[in-house]
Design a protein around this ligand. Sequence first.
Ligand code: TRP
Length: 390
Amino acid sequence: MSEKMVKKKEKQNSLSRKTKTVRVPTAQTVDVDPWGKALVQDYSRLIKNFGMQKFDVDAMPNPSLQMKRGIIFGGQDLNVIAEAIRKKKRFYCLTGIMPSAEKIHLGTAAVVDNVRYFQEQGAETFVLIADVESQATRGVPIEEGKRRALEFHIPAYIALGLDPKKTKFYFQSENKVVSNLASVCSQKITENEFRAIYGSVHPSKVMAAFTQLGDILQPQLGEPMPGVIPVGIDQAPHIRMSRDVARRLRSEYGFFLPSASYNKYTSALDGSFKMSKNESVGKLEIPEKDRTAMEKNLKKALTGGRVTADEQKKKGGNPEKCVAFEYCKNHFIKDDKPLAEMYQDCLSGKNLCGECKQKYLITYANKFYDDFDKKFVKARKTIGKIKFLK
Ligand code: TRP
């Protein structure tokens, strides 16, 4: 073959010459990766790229405290859910628990609070233990996942506000309806589509993602109804794929496209964006058994303070840049009055950061954890009564 012909052939074979450059999505190029550590820096870009809507607190009936305080930044078709609430129509709310560690994030607690809100607004509520996902993506044996869920996660979710009498619980590994539906869903997505959404077609991710699709759509078998999946933003790819698949299965099953609410990440105490599941620095979890260590950790939280005490007294601090304030607002202080005081006394320079942390962050974190511990002990006693869906 002449050199010219080789060149010509190369040109024909190349995807990138005539058409636009084709980039294979990878975990580095997708916006969020449910199993990775991708950091989201720009929520407005996400809203655009994922076809989300900005969360509109005024459109939700009886919005929760966290909704009012802006922890949810986006949603998908939440107007459908708002209407179901107003007209008292059937709808469901579903969330999943990864039993991969015997602790949960503060960010997860915020998601549970959303589930509690939808449950109180009348949602049929499903909570599943993602033991298949934990086995596939983190190597946690099914039996171990089950043990952790029974001893810790389920009572923890109840302690955080779910009503066990009104919640349907199940284990992914025990639910045939879910695994059968997962296999139906797997027919409706191509390899390239999967890669474009997740940045990878690793077998364990494929396994976990389709099981999760089975979870999300399963309440609609029989009688389709709207449903809302409250998630942290790392779960957005699953919502996206579940909506694509629900659309493709619509003529056969009559599915509604699942709605979703999206929570912001909780910053690490040092102000870095995501509270990582893997690093121990700046991490705050539930429970916090060693309170002395917790307090030490909290004292290191990044603040919006000035360089010198004098300057701060004169000019005041910046609560908007303060992680201590963010934690109090999003997690620890439920009452508006002390929160407003914390804010004002920072702005006016009345409180320096050290005093403020002691007076608000540490005091209210301890209250939060005391309350959790008390409710957790009570919740553990109710576990035996739960009947799991099969
Ligand atoms: N993947 C979720 C997590 O990492 C757990 C999960 C499994 C889930 N199935 C779900 C969440 C269905 C919401 C809906 O935490």
